[in-house]
Design a binder for this molecule. Sequence first.
Ligand code: FES
Ligand code: FES
Length: 478
Amino acid sequence: MTNTHILVHTFDYLEPTSLEETISLLAEYGDRARVLAGGTDLVVQMKMERLAPRYLVSLRHVPGLAGISVDEVGVRIGARTSIRAIRRDPRVQALYPALAEACASFSTTQVQVMGTVGGNLCNGSPASDTAPPLIAFDAEVVIAGPDGERRLPLESFFLGPGKTALQPGELLTAVVLPRPRPNTGSVFYKVSRVAADLAKVNGAIVVIRDGDRVADARLVFGSVAPTPFRARKAEAVLVGQVLSDDLVAEAARVASEEVSPIDDVRSTAWYRREIVRVLTIDGLNEAWRRAGEWKGSEEAGRQEARSGEQGAGSKEQGKRVAADGRCEITLKVNGETHRLWVAPNELLLNVLRERLHLTGSKYGCGIGECGACTVMIDGKLALSCLVLAVAADGSEILTVEGLAEPDGQLDPLQEAFIEHGAFQCGFCTPGMLITAKGLLKEVPKPTEQDVRDYLKGNLCRCTGYASIVRAVLDCAAK
Ligand code: FES
Ligand code: FES
């Protein structure tokens, strides 16, 4: 049995400051190196002892890999752009609604903030949430390598479960999408056991309308084949035809027959086929309706400024590294600066709890599933059980201990939790408070649905959710 409290294996932690340096490190170390971006999958795999890379190559200080830019040709999304940034980008919402919806349904809020689109694609998972809409919009991936840059359709990037077309020494740097044609409608649906789980089946449907006829269609499903699957036979049923209930039903029947799902822990093959049939019917009708209300270009035209999320600037100087491999880092925690020597495999949660004695942040699952360890790093939510302390060097960190004023005056959220009795044993409360703080920063006047969606990654074993939601709403109202 693995111990997810710590990272057993150690490694060399490398922080290149340019794309060229990154490629050169990846080319030199080949299979012994892994790229670290958001870490939400890689660190979990390492904690579960499924992966033990000798070198971790962090993209933290490589410029130009994060951010969304739009021009008349289409959209370019840097590989290190977070899922959350894509979800919230108004230009993505206007031009590629299915992609924004896929990002909204992606795991938990914390994982959306930490996880990146490049990481999600490079996992090569057939259940990827971002792959179906990106393939449906004819996305290409941009890959940098020792021999320069190459592009290929995203659909060909996936070779099998966990396998992609990336060669040793190559790095996925961006995803580019052509601008949709006028009268395009799109939608993303996902069926999963619980909100934050991987999909039993997900699907993106894109249709282009020409009056009553289907000018073009893309139907792409996840978790129904070894790679994200484009249902070309069903598309062929639709293209050039006048849309009708019978046509939609026939396309849905064909789609459910051409996928090749398996039975596994999340679902059965039979049920997956049935979901594909139903998703196709619902998705085609909704995408068709949206295509009739097309205003993508006009909406996106109002938002030509670049996305707020940019790549980190390059680092000014390297870390000090001791003979035993430990690195010297600086953390500003709740306003207080700490200089520490940490091993590359030390996790931020352990440093906070065991070295700085800030035990408010809790160790729950250790693999990013409960939210008990949530802190803010440079103003963004982060699961400290999945963050290497060395990768937080130079950051400002807020833990639950930093919520109250220095004079002891509690934060309004803390007051609201007390007023509404929003805790029982209190184990989940620090993570709930920090996550709710993130919510009110992002959405100052949330609806109940906003609160429930934002907090879906914070589990309460005492199941006091109703009072927690009431406390957050009350605090926002005040
Ligand atoms: S302990 Fe970090 S998410 Fe559960
Ligand atoms: S109050 Fe006990 S875990 Fe939430």
